[in-house]
Design a protein around this ligand. Structure first.
Ligand code: FES
Length: 99
């Protein structure tokens, strides 16, 4: 299974994590040792795990039913995704407001 480099942009520089295809942005950030705001254990309920996609938007799978339903309740800004639901299928760069 291919893996892809996820770049996590923080105020102190970039961190990287190589993630197997289909893994989530949440997994990449946690494996890279970065905190991610959340309270629902990654099941598309809390709407706290927003990440801004800086590059590679096309390398994320389109929102599935759970993320679409969450978005209807808690809309995202342009280029934002819910990290627990956004699955990686190519290199990308993301950030949060608190990194
Ligand atoms: S972790 Fe709760 S919606 Fe993503």
């Amino acid at each position: 299974m291919p893996s892809y480099r996820v770049t996590l942009r923080t105020s102190s520089g970039d961190r990287h994590f190589s993630l197997a295809a289909g893994g989530t942005l949440l997994r990449a950030a946690l494996r890279a040792g970065l905190p991610v705001a959340r309270s629902c254990r990654g099941v598309a309920v809390c709407a706290a795990c927003k990440m801004k996609v800086l590059d590679g938007t096309a390398n994320l799978a389109p929102p599935g039913p759970a993320e679409t339903a969450l978005y209807a309740r808690e809309p995202l800004r342009p280029n934002e995704r819910y990290a627990c639901q956004a699955r990686v299928h190519g290199p990308c760069t993301v950030t949060t407001t608190y990194w």
